[in-house]
Design a binder for this molecule. Structure first.
Ligand code: NIG
Ligand code: FE
Length: 414
């Protein structure tokens, strides 16, 4: 099937030869081709150009021509950090927070991740699949084209495997591109209180080998934080993951800076995510590395914690990616349009920086740069067409409005 989009007001993040990611000052530049056409063949982007250089079409059979007058076409969002395999919901904790409890206080009294783990334990694989499918659809219709999904609400071998098998089925059956991350070290189960290293042993000796033998994970994650997992425990888990070829993508510096960034750099992490609390030493560690920082502004908004200091990161020449952190506790949304708006409104990111962070850099944070994150010949035809709008900046400016009109994933209209 061939599709030709014509009269496009602006083709956003368009590159003949896209970089793997963009860092520092490069993020300020967002290539936009005005008054353009875009050709799609089967599931791939075939070509693009200016309307003044309309392509010669020799064969009109099976060709659909779509008029995008007044509209922009963006590469689909690349959401590199989500936890969408969960049972139930946690709005009672939301109400607790409204009454004044903090996220950490709620976790300390048995809420939080352990609450979701309890709910997931009795949920069937099919029900988890159905609810995650609906979340993926919602994300897709909001313009997302690639998603990383973590386990982490299982916390037993059986339940972690259940989650990862659900992700595997979604990978095979859902149109979105999906990457799976094993996050057994998300919280310490009640029965390991006082003997946390025994749980780390279980992760290393039982969960990881089982997951690796079924090839259920692409990456490994640890929530490295006070009252969760220490730097030494994270190092042990990442070393074990490395033996199975799983690159780390880790939760660090959400509430405290405890040396996790430095450790993640030494373990060659693909990304370090959260970073709401960042010291100068943390920034220096990042500057000496190729590790990609990832910010999650909807989590900051929802639980009222600081925003990742994007300016301090980007102005030092570092790259930054943006993701939704979609999960039932700290960010119950997968809306990347809101993520991009918040990055502009609360993190002082420019419109170009925020869009780069949610497309090219988001793809890089999932090791999907070759196929996703920009409008480039040979990449997957994953993009969205906006409603008519006056400029690129109008999209993040109109926060809360739905400006994504049509979504194409793998070249098909969804
Ligand atoms: O990324 N910080 C750790 N994990 C999630 C929250 C999980 C939850 O509250 O259920 C996060 O914010
Ligand atoms: Fe998270």
């Amino acid at each position: 099937m061939k599709r030709l989009f014509k009269n496009i007001k602006g083709l956003v993040n368009v590159w003949d030869q896209p970089p793997v990611l963009v860092s520092g000052r490069e993020m300020k530049e967002l290539p936009v081709l005005e008054n353009a056409w875009l050709a799609v063949e089967d599931d791939l982007i075939a070509d693009f150009g200016m309307m003044s250089e309309w392509p010669g079409i020799s064969d009109w059979r099976d060709l659909e021509v779509i008029d995008a007058e007044g509209k922009y076409i963006f590469p689909a969002w690349c959401d590199s950090h989500t936890h969408i395999i969960y049972a139930g919901s946690r709005e009672s904790e939301f109400e607790d927070r409204i009454r004044g409890l903090t996220y950490e206080q709620i976790a300390a009294k048995g809420g939080g991740i352990l609450n979701s783990a309890k709910l997931l334990h009795t949920e069937s694989e099919n029900d988890l699949y159905e609810s995650a499918w609906k979340r993926l659809n919602e994300m897709m219709y909001q313009g997302t084209g690639a998603v990383e999904i973590k386990s982490g609400y299982g916390l037993t071998t059986e339940s972690e495997l259940k989650i990862l098998r659900v992700i595997q089925r979604l990978k095979e059956q859902h149109p979105l591109t999906i990457r799976a991350t094993f996050l057994g070290a998300h919280a310490l189960p009640e029965i390991y209180k006082g003997i946390p290293d025994k749980y780390v042993d279980l992760i290393i000796n039982e969960m990881l080998p089982a997951i690796a033998s079924e090839k259920l994970a692409d990456f490994i994650d640890v929530f490295c934080e006070k009252n969760y997992f220490s730097v030494a425990q994270m190092e042990r888990i990442l070393d074990a993951g490395q033996k199975f070829g799983l690159p780390p993508k880790v939760h660090v510096n959400q509430f405290n800076s405890i040396g996790a960034i430095d450790a993640a750099v030494k373990k060659n992490a693909l990304s370090v995510d959260h970073l709401e609390v960042v010291t100068e030493a943390d920034i220096r560690a990042l500057c000496s590395s190729t590790v990609l920082p990832v910010a999650l502004p909807c989590c900051s908004l929802f639980i009222g914690i600081p925003y990742t200091p994007a300016r301090r990161i980007i102005d030092r020449g570092l790259p930054l990616a943006l993701a939704s952190d979609y999960n039932p506790g700290s960010s119950p949304t997968g809306n990347m349009n809101l993520v991009v708006s918040l990055a502009c409104i609360q993190m002082q990111m420019t419109v170009s920086e925020a869009i780069q962070a949610a497309t090219l850099n988001g793809a890089a944070a999932m090791a999907l740069s070759n196929t996703h994150g920009s409008i480039s010949p040979g990449k997957k035809a994953n993009f969205f067409v906006t409603k008519e709008m006056p400029s690129v900046a109008f999209l993040p400016y109109s926060f809360g409005s739905v400006l994504v009109e049509e979504v194409y994933i793998g070249g098909e209209k969804r």
